[in-house]
Structure formats: structure tokens, C-alpha cells
Write a protein that binds this ligand. Structure first.
Ligand code: DAH
Length: 340
């Protein structure tokens, strides 16, 4: 449903004439429309009462959302047509006619792109809660109560003992418990830390976690997936290197660096003259984390990575100040045209 929703938003952002909007209506809400079919083709007899209810209400939400968006787009197309006196008489010298339909947020665009890349490699896309238990955020990741690794993440603790999730790794054991092995999944999400904010630190930012668990998974698989990912994101072949890095939930743990795309590795201000950009912490999943996820580490192994999604968007679009993403400043958002 999320894919349909994103697709609808993209289609409507490109819809100019009433006919474009009508085509979109048929595509989504028509008799053979995507949303109509999603309802028709679901075998409700296989769902529990609870699932039926949740599926039904999400579907209804999507329908209402589509109807609203289509109505707004139709109105906007009509006004635009009237204002320019019909598309045939378009006068390019008419000043300042703004349709202000908005644009996708650059994080959304990056997210949709990641969905497509990972789905192409057979990954599921999962979503976990923003408010987490201490168990999933720390304990199940081999970070016990007294472990210094907790101090590295300045945590927002809630009065009921829960935490605003500090990293998407918090979803790892949830995913393992729910789906078992073998599994390939990514779980993008918002993370929260009690940071002093500046151009490169935010208290709310996005990460995209991923994990693969199967028989005989090794570092070679990890590198292959990371290279494919980065190659597709940056539309060229990339060079990467691994350095040792410590995270209690992986062993061995790495920092994956990307050969600087600006200077090609010779050194420039972007890579702080080193030729490499630290991009993706990752590693082979610690056996204890697999055990917490009820998976036998003697039978299965896996890798995990925690991609800084906001950082990736900054690199991809050349955004120098992280605070712009949550600024709500339309002048910032309008600069991004969603190309998908
Ligand atoms: N969760 C870590 C952080 O936010 C990043 C991380 C490191 C994620 C290693 C991973 C990993 O999946 O394997 O600092």
C-alpha cells in the first residue's frame, strides 16, 4: 500500500491537465485500478479477524487519501488551464503563475530509491516503532545496562522507561523474532538522540538498517550488497574499503568507507583530504543477537548494516546543513524535483 501511495504522489506531481488527472484516477481507483485490485485480490478468508480489521482500515485510509489528492489535483489542473487560456494558448511571458503543488521531501525520494534497490535484491521493507523498549534498543543488541556503548548514544528516555529509538538497529531482533531465518530485510526509520545541534548533528534523523541471515553468509556477501547499493545510488561503479569498527551487536564489526566520488581518492575538502568517506557501519551479526532473535548461530550467520540515510541524502544532493531537512522551509524542499 505504501508503494501505491508513493506512486500516486509521483504520478500526481507530474499531472498537468485534467486528462492527466483522470488517467491517474482510472489507474488507482478505476474498476481495474491498483487500489481497487488490492482490495479484490486479497483473500480475506486467510486473514485473522484482527488482520482483516487492520488491512481494511489501512485500505480505506489509502482510498480516502487517493480521492482527496485526485480532487486537489483536478482543481489545480482546471485552474491552471483556465489561467493560461487552455494549453494551446500557453503564453510563456505570463509572469509568476505558481502551482505550488509541492515536491517530495529529499529524504522521501532517497527512501523510495532505497526501497527499489533493495527490493531488487530480494529484501523486504519493514517498519518498527519510534518508541522502543530498552530491551530492543539496547539489551537484545548485546548492550547490557552497564555497557559503555550506551553512553555513545545520548538517549531520550521517557518517563515510563521506554526510549525514543536511538538507532534502527533496534528493529533487528524484532525482525528476527517475527520472520525467523532465512531473512533479507531493510528497516528505514527515524532515530532520535539528545544532540547539541549544528550543521552535521540533528536530534531527529533517518537511518536505514538492513540485515541478511542465511546459511554460510560471509563478509563477501556484505561487501557485494554494499557495492551494489552504492553503485545504484550514485549511478557509477564505486570502490569501498572496510576498517575495523566496534559495535557490540556485530563481530567482526566494520566501518565501510566509500572512495571519495568528488576527487576520486586523491584528497579534497569533502573527504577531508583522506580520499575516503566513512559511510556505513556494518558487520557480521553477533551470535548472541541471533540467539536473542531465536535463531541458532550454529546453523545460521548473517550481516547487518546501519546506513545513515540523512547523511546519504546530504551527499547525494550536496546539502551542507542537516538542520534544513526538518526546517519546514518550503524554499528548501522546492529545490528537489523527484526523479524516480
Ligand atoms: N546502530 C549503529 C549506530 O547507530 C550503527 C550500526 C553499526 C548498525 C553496525 C549496524 C551495524 O547494523 O552492523 O551507531
Amino acid at each position: 500500500m505504501e508503494t501505491i501511495r508513493q506512486q500516486l504522489i509521483t504520478d500526481l506531481s507530474g499531472a498537468k491537465t485534467p486528462q492527466d488527472v483522470e488517467n491517474a484516477r482510472v489507474k488507482y481507483l478505476g474498476r481495474k485500478g491498483l487500489i481497487t485490485l488490492a482490495a479484490k485480490e486479497t483473500d480475506f478468508s486467510k486473514l485473522t479477524a484482527e488482520e482483516k480489521k487492520s488491512f481494511g482500515s489501512r485500505l480505506n485510509e489509502l482510498k480516502n487519501f487517493a480521492a482527496e489528492q485526485l480532487a486537489a489535483a483536478a482543481e489545480s489542473a482546471k485552474q491552471f488551464g483556465a489561467a493560461v487560456g487552455g494549453t494551446r494558448k500557453l503564453d510563456l511571458t505570463v509572469p509568476g503563475l505558481s502551482r505550488r503543488l509541492g515536491a517530495l521531501h529529499p529524504i522521501t525520494t532517497t527512501l523510495v530509491e532505497l526501497h527499489q534497490i533493495f527490493q531488487g535484491m530480494g529484501f523486504m521493507v519493514l517498519q518498527g516503532p519510534d518508541i522502543e523498549t530498552e530491551y530492543y534498543n539496547f539489551e537484545s543488541l548485546n548492550i547490557p545496562n552497564d555497557h559503555p556503548a550506551r553512553d555513545m548514544q545520548d538517549t531520550f528516555w521517557l518517563t515510563n522507561g521506554m526510549v525514543m529509538k536511538t538507532h534502527t538497529s533496534a528493529n533487528q531482533v524484532r525482525a528476527l523474532e517475527r520472520f525467523g531465518a532465512p531473512i533479507r530485510a531493510i528497516f528505514p526509520g527515524r532515530c532520535f538522540r539528545y544532540e547539541a545541534m549544528d550543521a552535521s548533528h540533528e536530534n531527529t534523523f533517518y537511518q536505514c538498517e538492513g540485515l541478511v541471515v542465511d546459511k554460510n553468509i560471509s563478509v563477501a556477501n556484505l561487501i557485494a550488497v554494499m557495492k551494489t547499493l552504492l553503485g545504484e545510488v550514485f549511478h557509477r561503479e564505486v570502490k569501498v574499503r572496510l576498517r575495523p569498527g566496534f559495535f557490540p551487536f556485530v563481530e567482526p564489526g566494520f566501518e565501510l568507507d566509500l572512495n571519495c566520488l568528488i576527487c576520486g581518492g586523491t584528497g579534497c575538502p569533502t573527504c577531508k583530504e583522506s580520499g575516503w568517506i566513512e559511510l556505513i557501519p556494518c558487520g557480521l551479526i553477533h551470535p548472541r543477537v541471533l540467539e536473542y532473535g531465536k535463531i541458532d548461530p550454529n546453523e545460521y550467520s548473517g550481516f547487518a548494516f546501519g546506513l545513515g540515510l540523512t547523511r546519504l541524502a546530504m551527499m547525494k544532493y550536496g546539502v551542507r546543513d542537516i538542520r534544513l531537512f526538518n526546517s519546514g522551509d518550503v524554499r528548501f524542499y522546492e529545490q528537489f524535483v523527484a526523479v524516480m
